[in-house]
Design a protein. Structure first.
Lengths: 295, 320
Protein backbone atom coordinates (compact mmCIF):
# COMPACT_ATOMS: atom_id res chain seq x y z
CA UNK A 1 0.00 0.00 0.00
CA UNK A 2 2.07 2.87 -1.18
CA UNK A 3 -0.16 5.56 0.17
CA UNK A 4 1.42 8.83 -0.70
CA UNK A 5 3.06 8.20 -4.02
CA UNK A 6 0.27 6.18 -5.65
CA UNK A 7 -1.11 7.69 -8.81
CA UNK A 8 -4.31 9.51 -8.09
CA UNK A 9 -7.35 8.46 -10.13
CA UNK A 10 -7.73 10.62 -13.21
CA UNK A 11 -9.75 13.71 -12.60
CA UNK A 12 -11.80 14.94 -15.47
CA UNK A 13 -13.92 17.52 -13.73
CA UNK A 14 -13.23 20.27 -11.24
CA UNK A 15 -15.19 18.58 -8.49
CA UNK A 16 -13.10 15.46 -8.87
CA UNK A 17 -15.77 13.12 -10.18
CA UNK A 18 -14.75 11.20 -13.24
CA UNK A 19 -17.57 10.87 -15.67
CA UNK A 20 -18.39 11.71 -19.20
CA UNK A 21 -21.18 14.18 -19.55
CA UNK A 22 -22.92 11.96 -22.06
CA UNK A 23 -23.15 8.97 -19.76
CA UNK A 24 -26.87 8.76 -19.42
CA UNK A 25 -28.78 6.45 -17.16
CA UNK A 26 -29.67 4.23 -20.09
CA UNK A 27 -26.09 3.80 -21.24
CA UNK A 28 -24.99 3.20 -17.67
CA UNK A 29 -27.73 0.61 -17.25
CA UNK A 30 -26.66 -1.17 -20.40
CA UNK A 31 -23.15 -1.30 -18.95
CA UNK A 32 -24.50 -2.78 -15.73
CA UNK A 33 -26.59 -5.25 -17.73
CA UNK A 34 -23.51 -6.40 -19.61
CA UNK A 35 -21.71 -6.94 -16.31
CA UNK A 36 -24.74 -8.85 -15.03
CA UNK A 37 -24.85 -11.10 -18.11
CA UNK A 38 -21.13 -11.78 -17.88
CA UNK A 39 -21.72 -12.87 -14.29
CA UNK A 40 -24.59 -15.18 -15.31
CA UNK A 41 -22.88 -16.72 -18.32
CA UNK A 42 -19.50 -16.99 -16.59
CA UNK A 43 -20.84 -18.92 -13.66
CA UNK A 44 -19.95 -22.63 -13.73
CA UNK A 45 -23.30 -23.71 -12.36
CA UNK A 46 -25.10 -21.93 -15.17
CA UNK A 47 -22.77 -23.40 -17.77
CA UNK A 48 -23.53 -26.86 -16.38
CA UNK A 49 -27.22 -26.00 -16.47
CA UNK A 50 -26.96 -25.08 -20.14
CA UNK A 51 -25.36 -28.46 -20.82
CA UNK A 52 -28.32 -30.17 -19.13
CA UNK A 53 -30.75 -28.11 -21.21
CA UNK A 54 -28.83 -29.07 -24.35
CA UNK A 55 -28.68 -32.75 -23.39
CA UNK A 56 -32.42 -33.25 -23.84
CA UNK A 57 -32.65 -32.43 -27.57
CA UNK A 58 -29.47 -34.46 -28.12
CA UNK A 59 -31.09 -37.40 -26.38
CA UNK A 60 -34.27 -37.02 -28.44
CA UNK A 61 -32.34 -36.77 -31.69
CA UNK A 62 -30.25 -39.82 -30.91
CA UNK A 63 -33.33 -41.83 -29.90
CA UNK A 64 -35.15 -40.87 -33.09
CA UNK A 65 -32.13 -41.65 -35.20
CA UNK A 66 -31.77 -45.10 -33.62
CA UNK A 67 -35.46 -45.95 -33.99
CA UNK A 68 -35.52 -44.59 -37.55
CA UNK A 69 -32.63 -46.90 -38.32
CA UNK A 70 -34.68 -49.81 -36.99
CA UNK A 71 -37.73 -49.13 -39.11
CA UNK A 72 -36.23 -47.99 -42.37
CA UNK A 73 -38.81 -46.38 -44.54
CA UNK A 74 -41.49 -46.26 -41.81
CA UNK A 75 -44.02 -43.53 -42.45
CA UNK A 76 -46.45 -41.67 -40.22
CA UNK A 77 -45.05 -40.03 -37.13
CA UNK A 78 -41.52 -40.98 -37.98
CA UNK A 79 -41.69 -39.19 -41.29
CA UNK A 80 -42.88 -36.17 -39.39
CA UNK A 81 -40.22 -36.76 -36.78
CA UNK A 82 -37.41 -37.10 -39.25
CA UNK A 83 -36.42 -33.49 -38.90
CA UNK A 84 -34.24 -31.22 -36.77
CA UNK A 85 -37.09 -28.74 -36.38
CA UNK A 86 -39.26 -31.42 -34.86
CA UNK A 87 -36.49 -32.34 -32.41
CA UNK A 88 -36.32 -28.72 -31.25
CA UNK A 89 -40.10 -28.56 -30.84
CA UNK A 90 -40.23 -31.83 -28.89
CA UNK A 91 -37.34 -30.75 -26.67
CA UNK A 92 -39.14 -27.50 -25.85
CA UNK A 93 -42.33 -29.30 -24.89
CA UNK A 94 -40.38 -31.72 -22.70
CA UNK A 95 -38.29 -29.07 -20.96
CA UNK A 96 -41.02 -26.51 -20.45
CA UNK A 97 -42.45 -28.54 -17.58
CA UNK A 98 -39.38 -28.65 -15.36
CA UNK A 99 -35.94 -27.90 -16.76
CA UNK A 100 -36.62 -24.43 -18.17
CA UNK A 101 -38.57 -23.24 -15.09
CA UNK A 102 -35.79 -24.71 -12.93
CA UNK A 103 -33.22 -22.69 -14.86
CA UNK A 104 -35.25 -19.50 -14.32
CA UNK A 105 -35.64 -20.41 -10.63
CA UNK A 106 -31.89 -20.87 -10.20
CA UNK A 107 -31.12 -17.56 -11.91
CA UNK A 108 -33.75 -15.66 -9.94
CA UNK A 109 -32.37 -17.03 -6.68
CA UNK A 110 -29.09 -15.33 -7.58
CA UNK A 111 -30.59 -11.93 -8.40
CA UNK A 112 -31.29 -10.38 -5.00
CA UNK A 113 -31.14 -13.25 -2.49
CA UNK A 114 -27.78 -14.42 -3.86
CA UNK A 115 -26.26 -10.94 -3.75
CA UNK A 116 -27.66 -10.44 -0.24
CA UNK A 117 -26.31 -13.79 0.91
CA UNK A 118 -22.86 -12.94 -0.40
CA UNK A 119 -22.97 -9.44 1.04
CA UNK A 120 -22.35 -7.93 -2.39
CA UNK A 121 -25.82 -6.36 -2.33
CA UNK A 122 -24.77 -3.76 0.25
CA UNK A 123 -21.79 -2.74 -1.85
CA UNK A 124 -23.89 -2.47 -5.01
CA UNK A 125 -26.40 -0.31 -3.16
CA UNK A 126 -23.75 2.00 -1.70
CA UNK A 127 -22.08 2.52 -5.08
CA UNK A 128 -24.98 3.61 -5.37
CA UNK A 129 -26.75 1.62 -8.04
CA UNK A 130 -30.27 2.76 -7.14
CA UNK A 131 -32.69 0.11 -6.00
CA UNK A 132 -35.20 0.51 -8.83
CA UNK A 133 -32.45 0.49 -11.44
CA UNK A 134 -30.84 -2.60 -9.90
CA UNK A 135 -34.16 -4.42 -9.84
CA UNK A 136 -34.89 -3.46 -13.46
CA UNK A 137 -31.46 -4.57 -14.66
CA UNK A 138 -31.75 -7.80 -12.69
CA UNK A 139 -35.13 -8.50 -14.27
CA UNK A 140 -33.92 -7.82 -17.80
CA UNK A 141 -30.94 -10.09 -17.17
CA UNK A 142 -33.33 -12.83 -15.99
CA UNK A 143 -35.41 -12.51 -19.14
CA UNK A 144 -32.28 -12.64 -21.28
CA UNK A 145 -31.14 -15.66 -19.24
CA UNK A 146 -34.46 -17.38 -19.96
CA UNK A 147 -34.13 -16.53 -23.65
CA UNK A 148 -30.64 -18.02 -23.69
CA UNK A 149 -32.06 -21.19 -22.12
CA UNK A 150 -34.76 -21.45 -24.79
CA UNK A 151 -32.20 -20.72 -27.48
CA UNK A 152 -29.93 -23.47 -26.18
CA UNK A 153 -32.78 -26.01 -26.26
CA UNK A 154 -34.16 -25.04 -29.66
CA UNK A 155 -30.76 -24.34 -31.21
CA UNK A 156 -29.29 -27.66 -30.08
CA UNK A 157 -32.41 -29.40 -31.37
CA UNK A 158 -32.06 -27.84 -34.80
CA UNK A 159 -28.31 -28.37 -35.07
CA UNK A 160 -28.00 -31.86 -33.60
CA UNK A 161 -31.38 -32.99 -34.92
CA UNK A 162 -30.50 -31.57 -38.31
CA UNK A 163 -27.18 -33.38 -38.30
CA UNK A 164 -28.64 -36.73 -37.31
CA UNK A 165 -32.03 -36.62 -39.05
CA UNK A 166 -31.66 -33.96 -41.71
CA UNK A 167 -33.32 -30.61 -42.24
CA UNK A 168 -35.94 -30.71 -44.91
CA UNK A 169 -39.44 -29.55 -45.59
CA UNK A 170 -41.38 -29.79 -42.33
CA UNK A 171 -44.83 -31.27 -42.04
CA UNK A 172 -46.98 -29.02 -39.85
CA UNK A 173 -49.46 -30.29 -37.27
CA UNK A 174 -52.21 -29.40 -39.74
CA UNK A 175 -50.65 -31.67 -42.34
CA UNK A 176 -49.31 -29.13 -44.80
CA UNK A 177 -45.62 -28.93 -45.58
CA UNK A 178 -43.47 -25.83 -45.33
CA UNK A 179 -39.87 -25.09 -46.27
CA UNK A 180 -36.94 -24.90 -43.86
CA UNK A 181 -36.90 -21.11 -43.64
CA UNK A 182 -40.62 -20.96 -42.87
CA UNK A 183 -40.24 -23.70 -40.26
CA UNK A 184 -37.33 -21.90 -38.61
CA UNK A 185 -39.38 -18.71 -38.40
CA UNK A 186 -42.22 -20.63 -36.79
CA UNK A 187 -39.72 -22.16 -34.36
CA UNK A 188 -38.45 -18.68 -33.49
CA UNK A 189 -42.02 -17.60 -32.80
CA UNK A 190 -42.59 -20.65 -30.59
CA UNK A 191 -39.33 -19.91 -28.74
CA UNK A 192 -40.32 -16.29 -28.20
CA UNK A 193 -43.68 -17.38 -26.80
CA UNK A 194 -42.01 -19.83 -24.40
CA UNK A 195 -39.60 -17.08 -23.35
CA UNK A 196 -42.51 -14.77 -22.58
CA UNK A 197 -43.97 -17.37 -20.24
CA UNK A 198 -40.61 -17.83 -18.54
CA UNK A 199 -40.29 -14.05 -18.24
CA UNK A 200 -43.52 -14.00 -16.24
CA UNK A 201 -42.13 -16.76 -14.02
CA UNK A 202 -38.96 -14.67 -13.67
CA UNK A 203 -41.05 -11.82 -12.19
CA UNK A 204 -42.34 -14.26 -9.55
CA UNK A 205 -38.73 -15.33 -9.02
CA UNK A 206 -37.53 -11.75 -8.64
CA UNK A 207 -40.20 -11.10 -6.01
CA UNK A 208 -39.36 -14.28 -4.09
CA UNK A 209 -35.70 -13.30 -4.27
CA UNK A 210 -36.41 -10.02 -2.46
CA UNK A 211 -38.02 -11.93 0.41
CA UNK A 212 -35.03 -13.96 1.51
CA UNK A 213 -31.26 -14.00 1.79
CA UNK A 214 -31.08 -17.67 0.82
CA UNK A 215 -30.69 -18.16 -2.95
CA UNK A 216 -31.36 -21.90 -2.67
CA UNK A 217 -34.56 -21.17 -0.75
CA UNK A 218 -35.72 -18.77 -3.45
CA UNK A 219 -34.86 -21.29 -6.16
CA UNK A 220 -36.82 -24.05 -4.43
CA UNK A 221 -39.79 -21.75 -3.88
CA UNK A 222 -39.96 -20.76 -7.55
CA UNK A 223 -39.60 -24.37 -8.69
CA UNK A 224 -42.36 -25.40 -6.28
CA UNK A 225 -44.61 -22.63 -7.60
CA UNK A 226 -44.19 -23.59 -11.26
CA UNK A 227 -44.44 -27.33 -10.58
CA UNK A 228 -47.51 -26.86 -8.37
CA UNK A 229 -49.16 -24.93 -11.20
CA UNK A 230 -48.43 -27.76 -13.64
CA UNK A 231 -49.94 -30.25 -11.17
CA UNK A 232 -53.05 -28.13 -10.62
CA UNK A 233 -53.34 -27.73 -14.35
CA UNK A 234 -53.47 -31.52 -14.65
CA UNK A 235 -56.28 -31.98 -12.11
CA UNK A 236 -59.63 -31.83 -13.98
CA UNK A 237 -61.56 -31.00 -10.78
CA UNK A 238 -59.67 -27.71 -10.63
CA UNK A 239 -60.67 -26.69 -14.14
CA UNK A 240 -62.21 -23.41 -12.89
CA UNK A 241 -58.72 -22.40 -11.88
CA UNK A 242 -56.92 -23.46 -15.06
CA UNK A 243 -57.43 -20.28 -17.09
CA UNK A 244 -55.68 -18.32 -14.34
CA UNK A 245 -52.66 -20.56 -14.04
CA UNK A 246 -49.51 -19.12 -15.55
CA UNK A 247 -48.50 -22.43 -17.11
CA UNK A 248 -51.93 -23.33 -18.50
CA UNK A 249 -51.26 -21.96 -21.98
CA UNK A 250 -47.51 -22.43 -22.08
CA UNK A 251 -47.81 -25.46 -24.38
CA UNK A 252 -49.64 -23.35 -26.94
CA UNK A 253 -46.28 -22.55 -28.54
CA UNK A 254 -46.96 -25.56 -30.77
CA UNK A 255 -49.79 -23.53 -32.33
CA UNK A 256 -47.09 -21.78 -34.32
CA UNK A 257 -46.88 -25.02 -36.30
CA UNK A 258 -50.46 -24.94 -37.49
CA UNK A 259 -51.54 -23.65 -40.87
CA UNK A 260 -52.51 -20.89 -40.61
CA UNK A 261 -50.83 -20.08 -37.28
CA UNK A 262 -53.45 -20.37 -34.55
CA UNK A 263 -53.03 -17.17 -32.52
CA UNK A 264 -55.99 -17.20 -30.12
CA UNK A 265 -54.52 -19.26 -27.27
CA UNK A 266 -51.12 -17.63 -27.56
CA UNK A 267 -52.68 -14.18 -27.46
CA UNK A 268 -54.50 -14.92 -24.20
CA UNK A 269 -51.40 -16.68 -22.92
CA UNK A 270 -49.32 -13.56 -23.52
CA UNK A 271 -51.90 -11.43 -21.70
CA UNK A 272 -51.74 -13.77 -18.69
CA UNK A 273 -47.91 -13.68 -18.82
CA UNK A 274 -48.02 -9.90 -18.88
CA UNK A 275 -50.43 -9.75 -15.95
CA UNK A 276 -48.25 -12.04 -13.84
CA UNK A 277 -45.13 -10.07 -14.76
CA UNK A 278 -46.79 -6.76 -13.88
CA UNK A 279 -48.21 -7.93 -10.54
CA UNK A 280 -45.08 -9.68 -9.31
CA UNK A 281 -42.76 -7.04 -10.74
CA UNK A 282 -44.69 -4.41 -8.77
CA UNK A 283 -44.61 -6.57 -5.64
CA UNK A 284 -40.86 -7.04 -6.00
CA UNK A 285 -40.38 -3.30 -6.38
CA UNK A 286 -42.64 -2.47 -3.42
CA UNK A 287 -40.77 -4.94 -1.27
CA UNK A 288 -37.25 -4.08 -2.36
CA UNK A 289 -37.55 -0.29 -2.43
CA UNK A 290 -38.19 -0.09 1.32
CA UNK A 291 -36.29 -3.15 2.44
CA UNK A 292 -33.69 -2.84 5.19
CA UNK A 293 -30.50 -4.38 3.86
CA UNK A 294 -28.89 -5.92 6.91
CA UNK A 295 -26.88 -8.62 5.17
CA UNK B 1 -29.37 12.05 -21.19
CA UNK B 2 -26.92 14.54 -19.79
CA UNK B 3 -26.27 14.02 -16.16
CA UNK B 4 -24.01 15.54 -13.60
CA UNK B 5 -23.27 14.45 -10.09
CA UNK B 6 -23.93 17.21 -7.61
CA UNK B 7 -20.86 19.27 -6.95
CA UNK B 8 -19.54 19.45 -3.41
CA UNK B 9 -20.97 22.31 -1.45
CA UNK B 10 -19.70 23.80 1.75
CA UNK B 11 -21.58 22.21 4.57
CA UNK B 12 -21.59 22.62 8.30
CA UNK B 13 -21.01 18.94 8.89
CA UNK B 14 -19.99 16.07 6.66
CA UNK B 15 -22.36 13.85 8.61
CA UNK B 16 -25.09 15.06 10.93
CA UNK B 17 -27.92 13.12 12.51
CA UNK B 18 -30.73 14.44 14.66
CA UNK B 19 -32.58 12.13 17.03
CA UNK B 20 -31.65 9.14 14.88
CA UNK B 21 -33.41 6.02 16.04
CA UNK B 22 -33.77 2.51 14.70
CA UNK B 23 -35.78 -0.25 16.29
CA UNK B 24 -35.77 -3.87 15.24
CA UNK B 25 -38.94 -5.33 16.72
CA UNK B 26 -39.11 -3.97 20.25
CA UNK B 27 -35.38 -3.45 20.58
CA UNK B 28 -33.80 -0.10 19.85
CA UNK B 29 -30.50 -0.76 18.06
CA UNK B 30 -29.87 2.97 17.79
CA UNK B 31 -31.65 5.11 20.33
CA UNK B 32 -31.80 8.76 19.41
CA UNK B 33 -28.29 9.83 18.51
CA UNK B 34 -27.15 13.29 17.43
CA UNK B 35 -23.97 12.65 15.56
CA UNK B 36 -21.83 15.43 14.14
CA UNK B 37 -18.81 14.72 11.97
CA UNK B 38 -17.15 18.05 11.02
CA UNK B 39 -15.84 18.37 7.45
CA UNK B 40 -12.23 17.27 7.18
CA UNK B 41 -12.34 15.36 10.45
CA UNK B 42 -11.10 11.85 11.01
CA UNK B 43 -13.89 10.66 13.24
CA UNK B 44 -13.33 7.54 15.31
CA UNK B 45 -16.58 5.73 15.94
CA UNK B 46 -16.17 3.58 19.03
CA UNK B 47 -18.32 1.19 20.97
CA UNK B 48 -18.61 -2.43 22.01
CA UNK B 49 -20.04 -5.02 19.61
CA UNK B 50 -23.79 -4.61 19.38
CA UNK B 51 -23.76 -1.00 20.55
CA UNK B 52 -25.33 0.18 17.28
CA UNK B 53 -22.30 1.39 15.30
CA UNK B 54 -22.92 -0.71 12.22
CA UNK B 55 -26.66 -0.02 12.22
CA UNK B 56 -25.84 3.69 12.36
CA UNK B 57 -23.41 3.34 9.46
CA UNK B 58 -25.99 1.39 7.46
CA UNK B 59 -28.48 4.18 8.03
CA UNK B 60 -25.95 6.81 6.92
CA UNK B 61 -25.51 4.88 3.67
CA UNK B 62 -29.22 4.39 3.05
CA UNK B 63 -29.10 0.62 3.47
CA UNK B 64 -31.34 0.63 6.52
CA UNK B 65 -34.23 3.04 6.98
CA UNK B 66 -34.37 5.03 10.20
CA UNK B 67 -37.39 4.56 12.45
CA UNK B 68 -37.13 8.18 13.56
CA UNK B 69 -34.84 11.14 13.13
CA UNK B 70 -33.02 12.90 10.33
CA UNK B 71 -29.74 12.21 8.56
CA UNK B 72 -27.66 14.59 6.50
CA UNK B 73 -24.60 13.36 4.66
CA UNK B 74 -22.53 15.96 2.79
CA UNK B 75 -25.40 18.37 3.23
CA UNK B 76 -28.06 16.18 1.64
CA UNK B 77 -30.87 14.25 3.28
CA UNK B 78 -30.50 10.47 3.45
CA UNK B 79 -32.11 8.31 2.22
CA UNK B 80 -34.07 10.70 -0.07
CA UNK B 81 -31.02 12.21 -1.76
CA UNK B 82 -28.77 9.18 -1.23
CA UNK B 83 -28.45 8.64 -4.97
CA UNK B 84 -27.00 12.14 -5.36
CA UNK B 85 -24.39 12.09 -2.59
CA UNK B 86 -23.41 8.43 -2.34
CA UNK B 87 -21.20 8.67 -5.47
CA UNK B 88 -19.02 11.00 -3.34
CA UNK B 89 -18.96 8.54 -0.45
CA UNK B 90 -16.64 5.55 -0.36
CA UNK B 91 -17.64 2.88 2.09
CA UNK B 92 -16.58 -0.30 3.74
CA UNK B 93 -19.43 -1.88 5.66
CA UNK B 94 -19.06 -4.88 7.91
CA UNK B 95 -16.19 -6.50 6.14
CA UNK B 96 -15.45 -7.24 2.50
CA UNK B 97 -17.96 -9.03 0.27
CA UNK B 98 -17.25 -9.92 -3.34
CA UNK B 99 -18.02 -12.55 -5.94
CA UNK B 100 -15.72 -15.47 -5.06
CA UNK B 101 -15.19 -16.70 -8.61
CA UNK B 102 -14.26 -13.34 -10.04
CA UNK B 103 -10.76 -11.89 -9.81
CA UNK B 104 -10.11 -8.86 -7.65
CA UNK B 105 -9.97 -6.69 -10.74
CA UNK B 106 -13.19 -8.15 -12.20
CA UNK B 107 -14.96 -7.53 -8.91
CA UNK B 108 -13.96 -3.87 -8.96
CA UNK B 109 -15.00 -3.66 -12.62
CA UNK B 110 -18.40 -4.93 -11.64
CA UNK B 111 -18.81 -2.26 -8.94
CA UNK B 112 -17.60 0.38 -11.37
CA UNK B 113 -20.15 -0.82 -13.93
CA UNK B 114 -22.86 -0.28 -11.32
CA UNK B 115 -21.86 3.37 -10.86
CA UNK B 116 -23.86 5.42 -13.33
CA UNK B 117 -21.50 8.37 -12.92
CA UNK B 118 -18.37 6.33 -13.63
CA UNK B 119 -16.79 6.83 -17.01
CA UNK B 120 -16.24 3.44 -18.67
CA UNK B 121 -13.31 4.91 -20.62
CA UNK B 122 -11.29 5.53 -17.45
CA UNK B 123 -12.50 2.42 -15.67
CA UNK B 124 -9.39 0.29 -16.18
CA UNK B 125 -7.06 3.11 -15.12
CA UNK B 126 -9.05 3.92 -12.01
CA UNK B 127 -9.33 0.27 -11.01
CA UNK B 128 -5.60 -0.28 -11.30
CA UNK B 129 -4.89 2.95 -9.43
CA UNK B 130 -7.16 1.84 -6.59
CA UNK B 131 -5.58 -1.62 -6.51
CA UNK B 132 -2.14 -0.07 -6.48
CA UNK B 133 -3.09 2.25 -3.65
CA UNK B 134 -3.89 -0.73 -1.41
CA UNK B 135 -0.93 -2.78 -2.64
CA UNK B 136 -3.03 -5.38 -4.42
CA UNK B 137 -2.00 -4.80 -8.01
CA UNK B 138 0.17 -7.92 -8.09
CA UNK B 139 -2.79 -10.08 -7.05
CA UNK B 140 -5.31 -8.34 -9.31
CA UNK B 141 -5.86 -11.38 -11.53
CA UNK B 142 -6.26 -13.85 -8.70
CA UNK B 143 -9.74 -15.07 -7.91
CA UNK B 144 -11.26 -13.47 -4.84
CA UNK B 145 -11.76 -16.84 -3.16
CA UNK B 146 -7.98 -17.35 -3.17
CA UNK B 147 -7.44 -14.07 -1.30
CA UNK B 148 -6.42 -14.06 2.35
CA UNK B 149 -8.54 -12.13 4.83
CA UNK B 150 -6.11 -9.23 4.70
CA UNK B 151 -6.19 -9.15 0.90
CA UNK B 152 -9.97 -9.20 0.94
CA UNK B 153 -9.98 -6.27 3.33
CA UNK B 154 -7.59 -4.41 1.03
CA UNK B 155 -9.84 -5.09 -1.96
CA UNK B 156 -12.80 -3.66 -0.06
CA UNK B 157 -10.79 -0.52 0.68
CA UNK B 158 -9.80 -0.34 -2.99
CA UNK B 159 -13.50 -0.46 -3.89
CA UNK B 160 -14.07 2.56 -1.67
CA UNK B 161 -11.33 4.40 -3.57
CA UNK B 162 -12.57 3.71 -7.11
CA UNK B 163 -13.59 7.32 -7.50
CA UNK B 164 -12.42 10.47 -5.72
CA UNK B 165 -14.44 10.76 -2.52
CA UNK B 166 -15.40 13.55 -0.18
CA UNK B 167 -16.36 11.18 2.61
CA UNK B 168 -15.11 7.73 3.50
CA UNK B 169 -17.07 5.53 5.84
CA UNK B 170 -14.82 2.71 6.95
CA UNK B 171 -16.28 0.11 9.25
CA UNK B 172 -13.43 -1.77 10.97
CA UNK B 173 -10.94 -1.14 8.14
CA UNK B 174 -8.02 -2.86 9.86
CA UNK B 175 -9.90 -6.04 10.62
CA UNK B 176 -7.83 -9.04 9.58
CA UNK B 177 -4.81 -7.01 8.58
CA UNK B 178 -1.33 -7.79 9.86
CA UNK B 179 0.54 -5.06 11.79
CA UNK B 180 2.16 -3.87 8.58
CA UNK B 181 -1.23 -3.66 6.85
CA UNK B 182 -2.69 -1.88 9.85
CA UNK B 183 0.00 0.74 9.63
CA UNK B 184 -0.59 1.14 5.91
CA UNK B 185 -4.28 1.71 6.50
CA UNK B 186 -3.39 4.35 9.07
CA UNK B 187 -1.18 6.09 6.52
CA UNK B 188 -3.89 5.74 3.90
CA UNK B 189 -6.48 7.35 6.18
CA UNK B 190 -4.03 10.13 6.93
CA UNK B 191 -3.34 10.74 3.24
CA UNK B 192 -7.06 10.74 2.42
CA UNK B 193 -7.66 13.25 5.18
CA UNK B 194 -4.73 15.31 3.93
CA UNK B 195 -6.42 15.41 0.51
CA UNK B 196 -9.40 17.00 2.20
CA UNK B 197 -11.69 14.01 2.60
CA UNK B 198 -13.66 13.45 5.76
CA UNK B 199 -13.17 9.99 7.22
CA UNK B 200 -15.53 8.19 9.56
CA UNK B 201 -13.80 5.12 10.88
CA UNK B 202 -15.24 2.63 13.30
CA UNK B 203 -12.79 0.55 15.22
CA UNK B 204 -12.21 -1.55 18.26
CA UNK B 205 -8.53 -0.80 18.28
CA UNK B 206 -8.51 2.19 20.57
CA UNK B 207 -4.83 2.85 20.28
CA UNK B 208 -5.42 3.08 16.53
CA UNK B 209 -8.22 5.55 16.88
CA UNK B 210 -6.10 7.58 19.26
CA UNK B 211 -3.33 7.69 16.66
CA UNK B 212 -5.32 8.61 13.60
CA UNK B 213 -8.48 10.39 14.72
CA UNK B 214 -9.14 14.04 15.37
CA UNK B 215 -12.63 13.38 16.71
CA UNK B 216 -14.33 10.50 18.47
CA UNK B 217 -17.84 9.37 19.16
CA UNK B 218 -18.51 6.63 21.68
CA UNK B 219 -21.59 4.43 21.45
CA UNK B 220 -23.11 2.47 24.28
CA UNK B 221 -26.30 0.46 23.97
CA UNK B 222 -27.55 2.50 21.04
CA UNK B 223 -26.69 5.88 22.55
CA UNK B 224 -23.87 8.23 21.74
CA UNK B 225 -22.40 8.70 25.22
CA UNK B 226 -19.52 10.96 24.24
CA UNK B 227 -18.57 12.97 21.16
CA UNK B 228 -16.11 15.68 20.23
CA UNK B 229 -12.42 16.20 19.61
CA UNK B 230 -10.21 13.56 21.15
CA UNK B 231 -8.88 16.11 23.67
CA UNK B 232 -12.36 17.33 24.64
CA UNK B 233 -13.75 13.89 25.16
CA UNK B 234 -10.74 12.85 27.17
CA UNK B 235 -10.84 15.83 29.50
CA UNK B 236 -14.61 15.69 29.89
CA UNK B 237 -14.97 12.00 30.25
CA UNK B 238 -12.53 10.83 32.85
CA UNK B 239 -10.39 12.55 35.43
CA UNK B 240 -6.72 12.18 36.02
CA UNK B 241 -5.65 10.13 39.00
CA UNK B 242 -2.85 11.07 41.40
CA UNK B 243 -0.85 8.13 42.61
CA UNK B 244 1.50 8.25 45.61
CA UNK B 245 3.96 5.40 46.08
CA UNK B 246 4.99 5.12 49.72
CA UNK B 247 5.40 2.63 52.54
CA UNK B 248 3.10 4.76 54.67
CA UNK B 249 -0.11 4.56 52.70
CA UNK B 250 -2.38 5.28 55.64
CA UNK B 251 -0.77 8.62 56.49
CA UNK B 252 -0.58 9.56 52.78
CA UNK B 253 -4.30 8.87 52.39
CA UNK B 254 -4.94 11.07 55.41
CA UNK B 255 -3.00 13.96 53.86
CA UNK B 256 -4.83 13.60 50.59
CA UNK B 257 -8.14 13.71 52.43
CA UNK B 258 -7.08 16.86 54.32
CA UNK B 259 -6.31 18.49 50.98
CA UNK B 260 -9.92 17.85 50.06
CA UNK B 261 -9.24 15.43 47.21
CA UNK B 262 -12.03 13.16 46.03
CA UNK B 263 -11.92 9.40 45.78
CA UNK B 264 -9.06 8.86 48.19
CA UNK B 265 -8.10 5.21 48.46
CA UNK B 266 -5.30 3.34 50.19
CA UNK B 267 -3.55 0.84 47.96
CA UNK B 268 -0.88 -1.81 48.50
CA UNK B 269 1.75 0.53 47.13
CA UNK B 270 0.50 3.73 48.72
CA UNK B 271 -2.59 5.83 48.01
CA UNK B 272 -4.55 7.26 45.12
CA UNK B 273 -6.94 10.16 44.73
CA UNK B 274 -8.51 12.40 42.12
CA UNK B 275 -6.63 15.70 42.27
CA UNK B 276 -9.28 17.75 40.52
CA UNK B 277 -8.22 21.41 40.62
CA UNK B 278 -5.46 20.89 43.18
CA UNK B 279 -2.07 21.26 41.47
CA UNK B 280 0.24 18.25 41.83
CA UNK B 281 3.09 20.29 43.34
CA UNK B 282 0.89 21.33 46.28
CA UNK B 283 0.00 17.69 46.90
CA UNK B 284 3.65 16.64 46.94
CA UNK B 285 4.57 19.56 49.22
CA UNK B 286 1.78 18.66 51.64
CA UNK B 287 2.82 15.00 51.68
CA UNK B 288 6.44 15.85 52.35
CA UNK B 289 5.48 18.42 54.99
CA UNK B 290 3.42 15.75 56.76
CA UNK B 291 6.50 13.52 56.84
CA UNK B 292 5.23 10.93 54.33
CA UNK B 293 8.17 9.14 52.69
CA UNK B 294 7.29 9.69 49.05
CA UNK B 295 9.01 7.19 46.76
CA UNK B 296 7.17 8.25 43.64
CA UNK B 297 4.35 10.54 42.66
CA UNK B 298 2.47 10.59 39.40
CA UNK B 299 -0.65 12.11 37.92
CA UNK B 300 -1.97 9.68 35.34
CA UNK B 301 -4.15 10.94 32.54
CA UNK B 302 -6.45 8.13 31.50
CA UNK B 303 -5.79 6.50 28.16
CA UNK B 304 -8.58 6.45 25.64
CA UNK B 305 -9.02 2.83 26.52
CA UNK B 306 -9.66 3.61 30.20
CA UNK B 307 -12.03 6.28 29.05
CA UNK B 308 -13.74 3.87 26.71
CA UNK B 309 -14.22 1.35 29.49
CA UNK B 310 -15.50 4.01 31.87
CA UNK B 311 -17.94 5.28 29.24
CA UNK B 312 -19.21 1.97 27.98
CA UNK B 313 -18.96 0.31 31.34
CA UNK B 314 -18.36 -3.12 29.96
CA UNK B 315 -15.21 -3.10 27.96
CA UNK B 316 -15.54 -5.28 24.91
CA UNK B 317 -18.44 -7.38 26.08
CA UNK B 318 -21.40 -7.60 23.81
CA UNK B 319 -24.18 -5.35 24.98
CA UNK B 320 -27.68 -6.76 24.94
Amino acid sequence: MSAADAPAPPRTEPDGRTRSAGTGTLRASVRLLRSELRLIVGRRRNQAGMLVLAAVPVLIAVALRVSAGDEEGGGGLLALANNGIFVALTALSVEIALFLPLAVAALSGDTIAGEANQGTLRYLLTVPVGRTRLLAVKYVSLVIGAAIGVLVVAGTGVVVGGALLGLGPTTLLSGTQVGVADALLRLALAGAYVTAGLAALAAIGLFVSTLTEQPIGAMIAVTVISTAMWIMDAIPQLDWMHPWLLVHRWSAFADAFRDPIFWDTMRIGLAVDLAYAAVFGALAWARFARKDVTS
Amino acid sequence: MTQAAPSPTRVEAAVATVGLRKTFGSQAAVDGIDMVVPPGAVYGFLGPNGSGKTTTIRMLLGLVHATEGRIEVLGAAVPDAAGDILPRVGSLVEGPAFHPYLSGRANLARLDAADRFADPATSAVRIDAALDRVGLLAAARKKYRAYSLGMRQRLAIAAALLAPRDLLVLDEPTNGLDPQGTREVRHLVASLAADGATVLVSSHLLSEVEQMCSHVGVMREGRLVAQGTVADVRSAGARAVAEVTTLDGERAAGVLRELGLAGVAQTTTGATAVPGEVPPERIVAALVAAGVGVRAFAVQSPSLEDLFVSLTGEGFDVSG
